[in-house]
Ligand binder design. Structure first.
Ligand code: NDP
Length: 326
């Protein structure tokens, strides 16, 4: 395994990490979740990603149970939660979501209970909240760090401007600012990581924990010739995800890339993950998996990365033709 600094912080995070969205507490049995986390940990993954909204809290409960059962030393892994959406559902009260002090503090307490842990390593603001002054959010996160409830805080799907505002507030009051952002990043979605955030790596030392590196499985090539049974995009209620990802422009690129990967002698998922790892501004690539074989295959991304020469990267660029303007 390779470890990278989480932005300018000293925290060493494994370049591949493992997340539980749509799988833990939902798509897969708890026993499979246990096997997947064990494979991940045994292969050097030290970061497990989670959020209050994943399976409405169940994902954190399942992960917490596994961590307890395994008895891995608490200082050997990093675990996260994210707050903003609350536990979801129509009956949610306004106090039960958002980035105001009340929800951030209560969501943190509740996540710790579900995980059966004393502190979270990483705590994310899952989306920006236009209804809460940024000062309130930054002060709350700083205080949670001071109280030992969390170690680092960050954002997810915030704009560069919103991240900068948080840093300016932190500077003004000598508070701890956000260490990392969790954006979507993959061969089909490059704008934030390669475009919008370009300056932030230098100015504030932004770390990135990137999500959906395989675009929910589309970048494995398995949707190229139809719709395989038992896969994520067939799950009930995920029509929005299917409609957003299985679009013609994406499928055209993925079909060409699948052929390119074959000619290179690697599988499509390996090529797609290797390409993410190649970006030095990515602190960690969060993997998702519903089966053991997927996770085991995905570890080959490092070998794949070493074969992505400048010439190969240029050939990929010719297929993608979606590089954000500098
Ligand atoms: P991916 O884009 O890598 O999708 C993972 C899914 O692709 C798997 O569950 C599996 O689905 C399929 N897959 C994975 N590997 C293979 C393989 N080798 N061959 C065939 N199919 C494969 O990542 P996720 O979308 O799961 O995102 C990763 C993590 O990022 C999440 O768990 C979560 O922690 C985080 N995240 C954060 C978000 C945020 O807003 N901050 C949003 C979304 C995710 P299947 O078998 O069902 O087809």
């Amino acid at each position: 395994m390779e470890y990278r600094r989480l932005g300018k912080s000293g925290l060493q995070v494994s370049a591949l990490s493992f997340g539980s969205w749509l799988t833990f507490g939902k798509q897969i049995e708890n026993g499979i979740a246990d096997e997947l986390m064990t494979i991940a940990y045994d292969n050097g993954i030290n970061f497990f990603d989670n959020a209050e909204i994943y399976a409405r809290g169940k994902s954190e409960e399942v992960m917490g149970e596994i961590l307890k059962k395994k008895g891995w030393s608490r200082d050997s892994y990093i675990v996260s939660s994210k707050a903003f959406f609350g536990l979801g559902g129509k009956d949610l009260k306004p106090t039960q979501k958002g980035l105001h002090r009340k929800h951030l503090v209560e969501a943190c307490e509740q996540a710790l209970k579900r995980f059966q842990l004393d502190y979270l390593d990483l705590y994310f603001c899952h989306r920006p909240d236009k209804q809460t002054p940024i000062e309130e959010t930054v002060w709350t996160m700083h205080n949670l760090i001071q109280q030992g409830k969390i170690l680092y805080w960050g954002t997810s799907e915030w704009s560069a401007q919103e991240i900068m505002e948080a840093h300016m507030v932190a500077q003004r009051y000598s508070l701890i600012g956000p260490t990392m952002e969790q954006p979507q990043y993959n061969m089909l979605e490059r704008n934030k990581v390669e475009g919008e955030f370009a300056q932030l790596y230098k100015t504030v030392g932004l770390g990135t924990t990137i999500w959906s590196p395989l675009a929910s499985g589309v970048l494995t090539g398995k949707y190229n010739d139809g719709f395989p049974e038992g896969t994520r995009l067939g799950i009930e209620g995920l029509d929005w995800l299917r409609d957003n990802t299985l679009v013609e422009a994406n499928m055209k690129r993925v079909k060409e890339l699948t052929k390119f990967a074959f000619d290179l002698g690697m599988t499509m998922p390996i090529l797609a993950l290797a390409w993410c790892l190649k970006n030095e501004n990515v602190s960690t690539v969060i993997l998702g998996a519903s089966k053991r074989a997927q996770l085991i295959e995905n570890f080959k991304a490092f070998e794949g990365r070493d074969r992505l020469t400048p010439q190969v990267m240029e050939q990929i660029e010719q297929i993608l033709k979606n590089k954000p303007a500098p």
